[in-house]
Design a protein around this ligand. Structure first.
Ligand code: NAP
Ligand code: ZN
Length: 368
């Protein structure tokens, strides 16, 4: 049994300012990676640049990270980082900006690696420049995971890259959620929920790493009514939602994700569905299949969430993210690919059959 999360993580209001010295000690020239707008409008970019300016650390802002970052964007950002002679990378934003920052930190330390080859297994573990993560969505927990999910459009692949890249420092402040639309908060909270459920319903689940999702699911259950209610989420819950997301990241840092995440990638890649709902559509049916293998774990998850049974779990998810329809051809293609995906299938805590996989798709995606 092993426990390992090497990131220095702070979760508190005004976190970036409070830990300015930690940030300034990481490097001497920073590449800041963000999406197009959100970091500039929610205050996170200003908080970070204020600290860097005070510490006289030169920085360059690359604000072109798209949702589900691509190898093409990484190539452009890595070139900018190298030209600027950056020696550390700060990812500010949702999982897309943070994952992109991780991959660029790897490219920075290994200039001979082509971004299009990032999904190939390396011959030896590769170094990376240090990364600081400042999350602004409450979903991926990327600030506490070693994973970067990257899309290579040339080979139609969205997948994690096989490199271990933990940020050195994570500064988590719920206040950045103030600019997020309700559905973004809901979508990303469903992602965090999936991380915790998939971490428990997982062969790698053990006593150490269960502490995280079990506590996080309780916190998530406390936010559930606010997520389901009409109207905006009250600001008093922002910090709890962010903390839950970071805890969910710590959960998958130990176990990785299983089928719902494996299934989501095709839905995002081929149908453009945002990450949280793309995962959430599969979550109840996966949980139901796992009830055959680990019934006590499923009972525990439902009780921590304050739910009676799988039926209530299904209804709650539908109320949060709705349902999604695809063509029969698409669904069959996705299912066929999933049945070959040993890296995810082998994490299911029981002997899952091809029929089980079909049944998850049938229950999760309706037909157009
Ligand atoms: P995202 O793709 O990072 O961002 C989604 C949208 O939210 C963007 O349009 C972004 O705008 C906006 N946004 C971000 N923060 C905001 C805020 N505070 N207020 C208003 N708008 C805001 O979404 P995400 O769900 O956090 O990340 C999804 C990515 O993470 C996927 O690629 C997924 O596969 C990956 N992921 C990674 C891990 C991991 O462990 N590394 C785990 C799960 C998922 P801007 O573009 O303007 O910034
Ligand atoms: Zn996820």
């Amino acid at each position: 049994m092993r426990f390992f999360v090497p990131t220095d993580i702070y979760v508190e209001k005004n976190c970036v300012k409070n830990h300015a010295q930690n940030m300034l000690s990481v490097g001497t020239r920073a590449l800041i990676m963000t999406g197009k707008y959100s970091a500039a409008t929610n205050g996170s970019l200003d908080d970070v640049t204020d600290v860097l300016n005070t510490g006289r650390v030169p920085f360059l802002v690359f604000n072109e990270v798209e949702e589900n970052p691509s190898t093409d964007t990484l190539r452009k950002a890595a070139r900018s980082a190298m030209d600027f002679k950056a020696d550390f990378v700060i990812g500010i934003g949702g999982g897309s900006a943070i994952d992109a920052a991780k991959a660029v930190a790897l490219l920075l330390a290994n200039p001979y690696v082509d971004p299009d080859d990032l999904h190939k297994a390396p011959n030896r573990p590769l170094e990376h420049a240090p990364i600081i993560a400042v999350p602004t969505t409450c979903g991926t927990g990327s600030e506490a995971t070693p994973v970067a999910i990257i899309t290579n459009h040339k080979i139609h692949l969205k997948k994690s890259i096989p490199h271990i890249i933990f940020p050195v420092l994570a500064l988590v402040d719920g206040k950045y959620l103030a600019t997020a639309k309700k559905q973004l908060i809901v979508n990303t909270a469903v992602d965090a929920l999936s991380h915790m459920v998939e971490s428990i319903l997982n062969v790698k689940s053990n006593t150490f790493n269960r502490m995280f999702p079990e506590y996080g699911l309780k916190l998530w259950g406390e936010c559930k009514d606010a997520l389901l209610a009409n109207g905006n989420v009250d600001a008093s819950l922002y910090e709890k939602l962010m903390l839950t997301s970071t805890i969910a990241g710590m959960s998958i840092a130990h176990t990785s994700t299983t089928l719902p995440h494996g299934m989501s990638y095709d839905l995002t890649l081929h149908a453009g569905v945002p990450h949280g709902p793309a995962v959430g559509y599969f979550l109840a049916a996966y949980t139901e299949i796992c009830a055959k293998f680990v019934p006590d774990d499923v009972k525990k998850i439902l009780s921590l969430l304050g739910l009676k049974d799988i039926g209530e779990f299904t209804t709650m998810l539908q109320n949060l993210i709705g349902t999604y329809s695809v063509t029969r051809e698409m669904r069959d293609q996705f299912a066929a690919a999933m049945k070959e995906n040993r890296s995810k299938l082998d994490l299911v805590p029981g002997k899952i059959t091809p029929e089980d996989v079909d049944s998850i798709y049938e229950k999760s995606l309706t037909l157009v």
